[in-house]
Write a protein that binds this ligand. Structure first.
Ligand SMILES: Cc1cc2nc3c(=O)[nH]c(=O)nc-3n(C[C@H](O)[C@H](O)[C@H](O)COP(=O)(O)OP(=O)(O)OC[C@H]3O[C@@H](n4cnc5c(N)ncnc54)[C@H](O)[C@@H]3O)c2cc1C
Length: 309
């Protein structure tokens, strides 16, 4: 679509504009953004998660925050996650866990403080029997993220999951190197703009890599979260899982809130486990712009419904 090449860079630029983010924050969550961001405040997110859990859909909550450059700000994000976990306990949500980003926990400010803050959150989550997924960010963070994951496991913490990106050439080696931990692994295609020296650029090659990684992860006995909205992956993988008689307790499907909302419902109706990655928070604007950058055509849909940005 011709408009896409014009709109995509605009949304990408808006996603990084602090001025626009601040302006949007003062105006509050727009109607259009509500498609992808469940609420601005924690109580709304917990209510939304409770509704999804009641429909048999799992949730992983992501607190949208600005990137953090000081240890002090990292402490504030960690405190927010502890507050989230406490609310999940109070609301007794049966199937809601959390996803974190290490840049939000100050990995750029201090790796040792970042580790300590993450460890605290993971310990609190363990007390409620909840998993903490550590999202994978752009390639300069991969070694540090995997290193921090290993450290948590070596400290005896099991309730932590790691994300591997199919587009990176290094990922099969990373999966093999983690094998002895029997990790909970989320497989994704990869969301960042990476150079051809590090990452595949061809959509079909990425799909094939995704398929291979998912099956290799399951063959190693890892609990595997298959995170995609792509029917070109979901259909053949479901077939492959059936053929290998893989028990449904060993994997789940994960999707982003608001993208193909019918899909988790269909999967659950067919006896599969599906979990939605549900973002909430006052810093909703950059996340909303990134979603529009992925599919600029959505802008017409939203404007057509009279939903201003
Ligand atoms: C639960 C979850 C967690 C993730 N965590 C990470 C992470 O930690 N690190 C990371 O790098 N990436 C992460 N990602 C993002 C991932 O890497 C991909 O960028 C993203 O999932 C898009 O790839 P896809 O497999 O859905 O396929 P695509 O090829 O992007 O999409 C497949 C189909 O989905 C539908 N679709 C896609 N986008 C939209 C949209 N905006 N609106 C409506 N329909 C749409 C369309 O039908 C499209 O054909 C995560 C994704 C999910 C689902």
């Amino acid at each position: 679509m011709a408009g896409e090449s014009v709109l995509r860079p605009i949304f990408q630029r808006l996603a990084t504009s602090r001025r626009m983010a601040r302006l949007a924050q003062t105006r509050g969550l727009s109607r259009a953004a509500r498609r992808f961001v469940i609420a601005e405040e924690l109580d709304g997110a917990v209510r939304g998660a409770a509704e999804l859990n009641a429909q048999g859909i799992g949730v992983t909550l992501d607190n949208l925050a600005e990137s953090v450059t000081s240890v002090e700000a990292a402490r504030a994000s960690a405190a927010e996650y502890r507050r989230i976990l406490q609310s999940l306990e109070e609301a007794r949500l049966p199937d809601t866990n959390v996803s974190i980003k290490l840049t939000g926990f100050g990995i750029d400010a201090s790796e040792s403080d970042c580790y300590a803050l993450v460890e605290d959150v993971v310990r609190q989550a363990a007390a409620g029997g909840r998993l903490v997924w550590i999202d994978m960010e752009a390639s300069p963070y991969v070694d540090r993220t995997l290193g921090l994951y290993r450290r948590l496991r070596e400290a005896g913490l099991e309730n932590v999951g790691v994300v591997l990106q199919a587009y990176l050439y290094r990922t099969p080696d990373d999966l093999a190197a983690l094998a002895s931990y029997r990790p909970a692994v989320r497989i994704v295609k990869g969301a960042y703009s990476e150079p051809p020296s590090l990452a595949m650029q061809d959509r079909e090659a990425i799909r094939q890599a995704f398929r291979r990684l998912t099956l290799a992860s399951l063959a190693n006995g890892n609990f595997t979260a298959i995170a995609t909205h792509d029917d070109g992956l979901i259909r053949p993988l479901r077939q492959a899982l059936r053929e290998r008689a893989i028990d449904r307790s060993r994997y789940e499907w994960q999707m982003l809130y608001g993208i193909r909302p019918e899909l988790p419902r269909q999967l659950v109706a067919q006896g599969e486990h599906a979990r939605l990655y549900v973002p909430f928070g006052r810093a909703w604007f950059p996340y909303f712009m990134r979603r529009l950058a992925e599919r600029p055509a959505d802008i017409w849909l939203l404007l057509g419904r009279g939903e201003g940005l």
